[in-house]
Write a protein that binds this ligand. Structure first.
Ligand code: ATP
Ligand code: MG
Length: 234
């Protein structure tokens, strides 16, 4: 059996909504091997984003343990968690979140500019390589407004990959794309997965979820089924 890399034990996350408490996650136990391509599916409000945010170190649980490798994320303080995330996680958002006044190349370079560890020439080379990987080497000098939605999301993916993260997370990365652009983005996520990265994707699209190696179905903050390589169990 493949060794677990991501481990959640008894994880709950509650939010206060006025005077009431909302249970976004209710007792999640989860094991995911390194190098998996995990799709999280389920109805709106079932806790998909909340779960993804815990796995990416964007948020912390109300109770329970969140492990990624030897890191216990629920025990890290805000600053350590932000450092961990910056180093090991690449994030793709539903609404791309590119800087509108920066070119595609500058957007992709940005995480490396902020770290300023590598020489400028190397930062540029890596950004061009990342754009090449998503098939956009020819669009390096375009501004986001001069790119289609699908192209903007591919720039966002190149940016997420630029610091060679262990984990790539994407919350509804195809939510704003037509179906062909969506398939292209998921094909790139598969390629990233084949290159050895662990990929976690939230999607509403059942067909796109089939591209993943492992699918989790959430309902009301609970995992109701887990399906691996086409075999449902539980
Ligand atoms: N910051 C917050 N404050 C209060 N309640 C929250 C917060 N974040 C999430 N919730 C609640 O937690 C539950 C799960 O939300 P979550 O965003 O994880 O759902 P989701 O499955 O991603 O839904 P969608 O498909 O609509 O994006 C919802 O009932 C939501 O209202
Ligand atoms: Mg969501």
């Amino acid at each position: 059996m493949t060794k677990s890399w991501i481990r959640l034990c008894g994880v709950t996350r509650q939010f206060s909504q006025g005077l009431t408490l909302c249970w976004a996650l209710r007792g999640i136990d989860l094991n995911v091997p390194q190098g998996a391509f995990l799709a999280i599916v389920g109805p709106s409000g079932s806790g998909k984003t909340t779960l993804l945010n815990l796995l990416a170190g964007i948020d912390r649980p109300s109770a329970g343990q969140v492990w990624v490798g030897d890191w216990r994320l629920d025990r890290l303080d805000e600053e350590s968690l932000a450092r961990w995330r910056g180093r090991y996680v690449g994030i793709v958002f539903q609404f791309f979140q590119l800087f509108p006044t920066l070119t595609a190349l500058e957007n992709v370079r940005l995480p490396l500019e902020l770290q300023a560890v590598l020489p400028a020439r190397e930062r540029r080379r890596r950004a061009l390589d990342a754009l090449e990987q998503v098939g956009l080497a020819g669009r390096a000098q375009h501004l986001p407004a001069q790119l289609s939605g699908g192209e903007q999301q591919r720039v966002a993916l190149a940016r997420a990959l630029i610091h060679d993260p262990l984990l790539v997370v994407a919350d509804e990365p195809t939510g704003n794309l037509d179906s062909e652009s969506g398939r292209h983005v998921v094909a790139l996520l598969r390629q990233v997965h084949r290159q050895g990265k662990t990929v976690l994707m939230v999607t509403h699209d059942r067909q796109l979820a089939q591209e993943a190696s492992l699918r989790l179905h959430l309902r009301d903050g609970r995992i109701v089924s887990r399906e691996e390589d086409g075999d449902a169990y539980r």
